[in-house]
Design a protein around this ligand. Structure first.
Ligand code: URP
Ligand code: ZN
Ligand code: ZN
Length: 505
């Protein structure tokens, strides 16, 4: 079926205009004023509670659905490049020793779609000695059966040997062009292995992602606190404060500079780390940084609340100074007086590097919730709390609400949540913009709809939300994935297995 979205305001990262959007066979075919509908009456996409027009009378004889988006914003779907669906936490070799994160690829992509996300990227975590390519095929099978929106995967690297080095090229040829390493957790790699991963990634023109926290320091802090009986969630923060993250970010940046490889720092949450990244970016290195909405909306003060364990994630939320620095970078002053005009020099170091404004380049969620009873495992010992919080349904609505309140431009939100992640991870121009030739991944946003987040109106498989009670000004009212309506006014209508694996460059 074809689709024409009439009378909306189309916003992309580079600007906005009144235009209609035509869609055919899952692709955007035109973004123009006054697209001819053959005299067909419209459906009203959002009614603000005033209208109830059914879709069926709005389909014309050419099987084109015509939707009136008067008063609505027409936005590209968000690209969330950092989710953990069906992630195991704990000791997988011991029965009962591990937990799985709350969402699988069905409930996770359902929640994503209801929050205006049309592409997610998750992870492959090969077991020790397992072939990377086989682990990728296994993970794809799981995702293919359940995903309701398009998806891609990053390949985890937790050991480095000749086989892994060899297989990285095969993984890239299979459409996975990003590799993820950890500087902490049991599956961390050494600095030397990290450097070899970067070197290999540069050879095959791939991107390395890193979770940067200093393992030795944080483990020593944890041991000291537990021995002293300091077991509450505030000590989760104190065991891995700003300096613990900053030190590893600085190391990661140095290694990337030495090798000239492209590096992407996930969930950056501290001001000092951001400074190190910005400096390297201004020197022209292809280094990118992501932050997450939990670091923008909360500070370490959450770890003093009675339900503090529900907020435990790594890295933890930080102090006000870091929160302010992240916000300043996120705002980026795009399109305003005083815009930060420094842009990365076209990168001679890596052919895959897009040219972006220094600072935070993307927003993603690190969506990895665990149920309350699972978080409770750490009631008497913060080291036993499974790490991770939710956000896949919250990031885009939260940031768009901030734009609607005048705190950041809509264009910049789209840049951070859609255009830049699509460029950095090699799925542009199919994703990341409302433009002819792009996939019809479209969100209709009602700036007049007020919304209060509650676990009850979310679509994830989790029994609480850290966002409970957050009031948003404006909310997505429809999500289209490749031209198919999968979310409308609070109701999900997508189908498991319809999301496609995205072959990346
Ligand atoms: O606490 C978190 N972020 N859990 C998910 C795994 C990770 O470190 O990204
Ligand atoms: Zn992480
Ligand atoms: Zn993560």
């Amino acid at each position: 079926m074809n689709l024409i979205i009439k009378n909306g305001t189309v916003i992309n990262a580079d600007g906005r205009r009144k235009a209609d959007v035509a869609v055919s066979s899952g692709k955007i075919t035109a973004v123009e004023e006054n697209i001819d509908t053959g005299g067909q009456a419209y459906c009203v996409a959002s009614n603000g509670g005033r209208n109830t027009v059914s879709l069926s009378p709005c389909v014309n004889d050419k099987q084109t659905e015509i939707v009136d988006a008067s008063g609505l914003l027409v936005l590209p779907g968000s690209v969330d490049v950092h989710t953990h669906f069906e992630l195991f936490f704990g000791d997988i070799s011991t029965p009962g020793g591990y937990l799985s994160s709350a969402d699988d690829f069905y409930t996770g992509t359902r929640a994503a779609a209801c929050g205006g996300v049309t592409t997610i990227m998750d992870f492959v975590t090969p077991e020790r000695n397992e072939s990377l390519v086989e682990a990728l095929e296994k993970r794809k099978k799981i995702a293919d059966a359940k995903a309701c929106i398009d998806y891609s995967l990053h390949m985890g690297i937790s050991e480095l040997n000749d086989r892994v080095i060899e297989e990285m090229a095969e993984v890239k040829a299979a459409g996975v062009s990003s590799f993820k390493v950890f500087m902490t957790y049991a599956f961390r790699i050494t600095d030397d292995e990290f450097k070899r991963t970067l070197t290999r990634a540069k050879e095959i023109n791939a991107l390395v992602m890193v979770h940067a926290e200093d393992h030795e320091v944080l483990e020593a802090n944890k041991a000291e606190f537990i021995a002293a009986g300091k077991t509450d969630a505030w000590h989760h923060y104190l065991s891995r404060p700003e300096a613990v993250e900053a030190k590893s970010v600085e190391t990661a940046v140095e290694l990337a500079k030495e090798t000239g490889a492209s590096l992407y720092i996930v969930h950056l949450a501290c001001a000092e780390g951001l400074k190190a990244v910005e400096k390297a970016q201004q020197e022209g290195y292809p280094i990118y940084a992501e932050t997450c909405p939990q670091y923008l909306n909360f500070t370490r003060e959450v770890y003093k609340r009675p339900n503090a364990r529900n907020f435990v994630c790594s890295p933890p939320m930080k102090g006000r100074e870091s929160q302010a620095a992240l916000w300043e970078s996120v705002k980026g002053c795009q399109g305003n007086e005083g815009q930060r005009t420094v842009s990365l020099s076209p990168c001679a170091l890596s052919s895959r590097a897009p040219t972006l404004v220094p600072g935070i380049n993307t927003l993603a969620t690190d969506h990895c919730p665990f149920q309350t009873c699972e978080k409770d495992r750490g009631i008497n010992d913060f080291t036993k709390i499974p790490n991770g919080v939710m956000g896949v349904e919250n990031l885009y609505p939260y940031m768009l609400s901030e734009a609607n309140k005048g705190n950041i431009s809509f264009e910049r939100v789209i840049e951070l949540c859609s255009a830049n992640p699509a460029k950095i991870f090699g799925i542009a121009p199919a994703k990341g913009a409302i433009a002819p030739g792009a996939d019809a991944d479209i969100v209709l946003y009602d700036p007049t709809k007020n919304f209060t987040i509650s676990q009850k109106n979310m679509h994830s498989n989790i029994d609480y939300t850290i966002w409970e009670g957050t009031k948003l000004k404006g909310y997505p009212v429809r999500t289209y994935a490749r031209g198919n309506l999968i979310y409308k006014d609070g109701e999900f209508s997508g189908k498991p297995g319809t999301g496609q694996f995205l072959q990346r460059k």
